[in-house]
Design a protein. Sequence first.
Length: 73
Amino acid sequence: MQTHIDSASAAGLAWTKSSYSGNNGNCVEVAALPDGARATRDSKDPHGPALLFPAPEWTAFLAAVIAGEFPAK
């Protein structure tokens, strides 16, 4: 699987930002890919690169977040 997209805006994806995000521009946006993988990008740079995560890795990441493995600072 490819690890990134050079120009996230050119990928034609529907990007979503967390409802917990403020308006300060320091957000990560996520887009679902047809194969279940996810793309992530910095909301401050929508024309920049996006990182790609295979579906199993994204599922494991979400499970770790839900389990509290990444405590808020």
